[in-house]
Design a protein around this ligand. Sequence first.
Ligand SMILES: C[S@@+](CC[C@H](N)C(=O)[O-])C[C@H]1O[C@@H](n2cnc3c(N)ncnc32)[C@H](O)[C@@H]1O
Length: 270
Amino acid sequence: MIRPFLKWPGGKFRLLDRILPHCSTVPARFVEVFAGSCAVYLNVPAKEALVNDVNPDLIALYSCLQKEGEAFARFMQGFFTAENNSKENYLYLRSAFNAGRDARVRAAIFLYLNRHGYNGLVRYNRKGLFNVPFGRYKTPAFPAKALDDFLDKLAVTKTRFVCQDFRTVFAGLEKGDVVYCDPPYVPLSTTASFTTYSGTAFTAKDQEDLARLAEAAYTDRGATVLVSNHDTAHIRTLYKRAHIIPFEVQRFISCKERKRAPELLAVFRP
Ligand SMILES: C[S@@+](CC[C@H](N)C(=O)[O-])C[C@H]1O[C@@H](n2cnc3c(N)ncnc32)[C@H](O)[C@@H]1O
């Protein structure tokens, strides 16, 4: 399995053995609608791919890598120094990122923040400023091997990176597309807040729109559509016409404690 070079909340690397068997072996085009760290895209051997996420910082980083290749990887490595592994330099670089005058520098700092910030969190305040605190890791590793693997994947799969709301991506789907959707999880309780990765929350209406569009992409356009989420009564109602594959995952609820949590994959397949 190819490991993503970013840490990403809700990343599906550890669940690939549950997801990959339901993507057809070699789809003509693979579409990842909520890409995050690209865990699934990296491991589906498609000829063509469309990789989307609404987070512009993420897509800017992927686009710089696609444009410049190894040269950009080396540029990013320049930020991984012993001096930059201090709270002071972290806060300085975080401010430079938020001031964001040069798109290429900003994209490179995004990887530095991902590896040096607390727990690989991706969080922005109401003004859209990245506000994750310093992570205090002993020696944050530069993900050289994972970046090489990412560039190798770009070399064999004709990939288009886009930064759009998921509804726009669904409007452009074609017959035969294999589409994987990993939206922010539906909250498990009514008091839990909606997940936010880019300053805007993913609402109950968004979950409903996604379920409706996923079903329509299958019935009207002949696409295969897979959707991940928590296994709740509400999600089962939204995907009542899909084939439901339930499974349990280990979730960390603290540094020491783990809990088994029910998840599902809703599959619309011709
Ligand atoms: C659970 S994460 C995806 C994780 C990914 N599968 C991985 O393995 O790393 C959900 C992603 O959805 C993106 N997202 C949130 N709202 C969106 C929207 N309206 N349209 C497209 N992407 C959205 C977030 O930026 C986030 O990266």
